[in-house]
Design a protein around this ligand. Structure first.
Ligand code: ATP
Ligand code: MG
Length: 718
């Protein structure tokens, strides 16, 4: 049969095409980096739409980030040249769940205007509960409990369902009780946290078969990207929906499972054809992204992992320059930033766009030296997924004001700003408000209102409190008549918040005022304050989509799925990468997850991968000499070049390069020059000594939970 293939199918290889065209029944695409998995998903959606197999609103498509969802939508639109606005169910698990929950909130004990707590709020709430129970919060920290609760929610366990052993684990037996109280508190606040979004929907589906059946009918096709990083709750959620309808297509790569520390279960992908009956498993082996050197380096590196399915990858793409993967050393992180900055400028001078370059770090503290250096150079950069705009103090405060206006039951917001700026409301007053709120199970604002009618609070504080409450009432009434951006300005002015920073003499104050302005500007893109608030709580991984050419700086974790011509990989040092904490907490499994992270890093590069390590690193003000990462030992010699540094910064002794003597930086480097070390286990030995060293890294996104990784498994029928 000779029919002309539609444009969007052109150029796909036979396996990709099979994955696109096998619309009915479960399909798993299990394939290495850069083989076109995401492209297959996108094309598949285009195919579903183009063949009229479903309406846009009948497709459920899950991406790992909101950004990926946006990009996918744009690409589909380009493929089919049509309108894809109706694709209401394309997004992250979280954003899809919010949407479902808003429609059925009442069925799980919420009201549809519920708010979503961020981590900061969550910790404050846990702290209150731990305190109220009289537990020692220094010993039993809110953070520890949050991560415990997270691991329950990742496994879709409600307080009743957690195993007895774990239920008693926290603070000698308090686990379940605190979890119960926390959930109880949330429902009074009409709020939920991130983990709840999935949990509530699962509960909803389980307790209301009619609702579930409705969604099963609606979603005629379901697609999931980065399936190797789904957790148990996400898997259950998908299973529930797929019961009614087996047209599920998941794509992923077991070698890129890098969120075990956050509860992801690589088993989900390994068990797919067992759990989804009649699944077709498709392998893709041709890599369309990277040059042969980059691919060989990545493949060789990941081959050191035991718990993997193993797969072949080949490419016939080679850049005319065909650069080897480079490894370079430097003295410290400042020199690393200088050298990489120089290389970037050189590439730019040769006509390469900054947009095509990225620096991928293991830990977010590494970003600072690059940011500092790039500011000095006047080099445009953007930090993706890093310390974010919406997490700055003044932004959080301002948002707390807005939340109190939109969501009067939002206790955490109220607490945050009730005495910011200072209004003479002391701890004693606030304690009274808290006690009443707890006793009567009512929101703080309501409790405060009641207390103001009594003589319990001293007149001065009472007046101050009355004032704030009256302001909130007034702003709420004004909301209807004014635009939300005007309202935002009014609220920040009348509350005295803006004034507080105007009077502040600190060096940061002007910047904070600018940020507040920027906040209001960013609200213009939304129709209402509520819409804006929801956006912020959801889109935490949003990068500021600056239009200009800029180098991207991000963690390896947030680089998943992305690609760049040139990728810089700094900080390949023992303790940093692999990260000491991963090794300490999860042993071999931790090391293998670190190695997968290295694989993700290298495979982001299309043409150039440049690895760096520093002989010294300053961590929390402490200098530590470092040992090159064992991962360097695991790169294939034929595809890697050692770059001698010709420049010498700051007079740290002679020549450049790690072979130089007298650098005194790393014992190891002096004893065994890197050049000869591919065949020696020398680094491993040195690492042992190093492992004893106390390298403690503060990492915002690193919370190892000791997840277990199963041994190698084979997919049946393979
Ligand atoms: P990762 O595992 O890193 O997420 P992936 O398997 O999702 O990778 P894609 O991002 O879909 O891979 O594809 C990698 C690159 O190869 C993209 O630039 C994509 O456009 C390109 N590509 C994929 N398939 C083809 C093809 N058949 N012809 C040409 N280019 C392709
Ligand atoms: Mg992908």
């Amino acid at each position: 049969r000779q029919s002309h293939a539609p444009d969007y199918l052109e150029g796909l290889n036979p396996e990709q095409r099979q994955a696109v065209e096998t619309l009915n029944g479960p399909v798993l695409v299990l394939a290495g980096a850069g083989t076109g998995k995401t492209r297959v998903l996108t094309t598949r959606i285009a195919h579903i739409l183009a063949t009229g197999s479903a309406q846009p609103s009948q497709i459920l498509a899950v991406t790992f980030t909101n950004k990926a969802a946006r990009e996918m939508k744009e690409r589909i639109a380009r493929f089919i040249g049509g309108n894809v606005e109706g694709m209401a169910w394309l997004g992250t698990f979280h954003s899809i769940c919010v949407k479902i929950l808003r429609r059925h909130a009442e069925l799980v004990g919420l009201k549809s205007g519920f708010s979503i707590l961020d981590t900061d709020d969550q910790l404050r709430l846990i702290k209150q509960i731990i305190r109220a129970e009289g537990l020692d919060e220094k010993r039993w920290t809110p953070k520890a409990f949050a991560s415990m609760m997270d691991s329950w929610k990742n496994r879709a366990l409600t307080p009743k369902e957690i195993p007895e052993g774990e239920a008693r684990a926290f603070a000698n037996g308090w686990g379940r009780k605190l979890y119960e109280e926390y959930q109880d508190r949330l429902s009074i606040l009409n709020a939920c946290d991130f983990g709840d979004l999935l949990l509530h929907v699962i509960t909803l589906f389980k307790t209301h078969p009619d609702v579930l059946a409705d969604y099963q009918r609606r979603f005629r096709y379901m697609l999931v990207d980065e399936y190797q990083d789904t957790n148990i709750a996400q898997y259950l959620w998908l299973r529930l929906l797929a019961q009614g309808n087996p047209n599920v297509c998941c794509v992923g790569d077991d070698d890129q499972s890098i969120y075990g520390w956050r509860g992801a279960e690589v088993d989900n992908i390994l068990r797919f054809d067992h759990d989804f009956k009649g699944a077709v498993v498709i392998r893709l082996e041709r890599n369309y992204r990277s040059t042969s050197h980059i691919l060989a380096a990545a493949s060789h590196l990941i081959s050191h992992n035991q718990g993997r399915l193993g797969k072949t990858l080949f490419t016939d793409f080679d850049d005319p320059e065909n650069d080897l993967v480079s490894v370079a050393s430097c003295w410290d992180s400042e020199e690393e930033a200088r050298s990489i900055g120089d290389e970037i400028e050189a590439l730019q001078g040769n006509g390469h766009a900054l947009n095509d370059m990225a620096i991928l770090v293991r830990a977010s503290f590494q970003m600072r030296s690059f940011e500092d250096r790039f500011v000095t150079l006047g080099l445009n950069y953007r930090v993706i997924g890093g310390p974010r705009f919406y997490e700055r103090m003044e932004i959080r405060d301002a948002m707390a004001y807005f939340r109190c206006v939109v969501q009067p039951a939002d206790d955490l917001a109220f607490e945050r700003i009730v005495n910011t700026p200072k209004r003479g409301l002391g701890d004693a007053t606030l304690k009274l408000v808290h006690e009443l709120a707890r006793a009567e199970r009512m929101p703080l604002i309501q409790a405060a209102n009641q207390l103001c009618q009594t003589e319990e609070i001293r007149p001065k504080a009472r007046n101050a409190l009355k004032d704030v409450l009256a302001s909130f009432d007034r702003w709420r009434q004004q909301m209807d008549g004014k635009s939300h951006t005007d309202m935002a300005e009014i609220i920040l002015d009348e509350s005295g918040y803006t004034e507080m920073w105007r009077l502040d003499r600190s060096a940061e104050a002007p910047g904070r005022l600018d940020n507040l302005k920027e906040l209001i500007r960013s609200m213009e893109d939304f129709e209402s304050m509520a819409g804006f608030l929801e956006h912020v709580s959801l889109v935490m991984d949003k990068d500021k989509a600056e239009g200009h050419d800029a180098v991207s700086i991000m963690t390896l974790h947030s680089a998943k799925g992305l690609e760049f011509d040139t990728v810089f990989l700094p900080g390949w040092e023992e303790g940093l990468f692999p990260h000491q904490r991963a090794l300490d907490e999860s042993g071999r499994a931790g090391l293998e997850e670190e190695r997968r992270l290295a694989y993700v890093g290298v495979t982001r590069a299309k043409k150039r991968a440049k690895i760096w390590f520093a002989s010294n690193r300053r961590i929390h003000g402490q200098w530590q000499s470092s040992i090159p990462s064992r991962f360097l030992d695991e790169l294939p010699e034929d595809h890697v070049e050692i770059v001698e540094q010709s420049s010498n910064y700051g007079g740290y002794g002679g020549g450049g390069g790690y072979g130089r003597s007298g650098m005194g930086a790393s014992r190891f480097v002096n004893q065994e020059p890197f050049q000869n070390s591919y065949s020696t286990p020398g680094w491993q030995r040195a690492q042992k000594a190093k492992a004893a060293q106390d390298a403690v890294f503060e990492r915002g996104d690193f919370r190892a939970q000791g997840t277990k990784r199963q041994g190698p498994k084979t997919i049946e029928g393979e």
